[in-house]
Design a protein around this ligand. Structure first.
Ligand code: IDP
Ligand code: MG
Length: 156
């Protein structure tokens, strides 16, 4: 099982899209195992996006991400990182396919609603940036036996 860090960005919160976006992950069968609303500090945004420091959009990105509250989620499932990235769609709202979160809810290239970790290493790093020890939970759902085929002894 993988756990990924998802951020519903300030535009998603301001536009009242949190519920509909969370529902997509729940509908898919992924499990929400951590959740917090927060206003991201300059320092945290800079650390989170440090790989993009030299990019022309970096300053605007940090300013956007700190401009208004976000909803931070930890989402778990088999292959949760790749599945979530696929559900998010391409980076630019103008290019993202219909059926994806960015494709269905936005047109902007910088206000693109959602962040998702892009690798297991990134997920581990980002989860520890946004969640303290104990804030990402482990619990069984009653539906798990119907979300996954467990007949082989592991979730399929
Ligand atoms: P990702 O969010 O799909 O992983 P990245 O390339 O990692 O995309 O970029 C991080 C974030 O930076 C994007 O989600 C978007 O908000 C912003 N961004 C990326 N490229 C551009 C750009 O060319 N113009 C404006 N903002 C951009
Ligand atoms: Mg990225």
């Amino acid at each position: 099982m993988e756990t990924t860090l998802i951020i519903l960005k300030p535009d998603a919160v301001q536009r009242g899209l949190m519920g509909r976006i969370i529902s997509r992950f729940e509908d898919k069968g992924l499990q929400i195992v951590g959740s917090k609303m927060m206003q991201i500090s300059q320092d945290l945004a800079a650390t989170h996006y440090e790989a993009h420091k030299e990019r022309p959009f970096y300053k605007g990105l940090v300013s956007f991400m700190t401009s208004s509250p976000v909803l931070v989620l930890a989402i778990r499932g088999n292959d949760a990182i790749a599945i979530s990235r696929k559900m998010m769609g391409a980076t630019f709202g103008s290019k993202a396919e219909p059926g994806t979160i960015r494709g269905d809810f936005g047109v902007s290239n910088s206000f693109n609603l959602i962040h998702g970790s892009d690798s297991p290493e990134a997920a581990e790093r980002e989860l520890s940036l946004f969640f303290k020890q104990g804030e990402v939970l482990s619990f069984e759902r009653a539906c798990d036996a119907w979300v996954y085929d467990m007949s082989g002894g592991k979730p399929e």
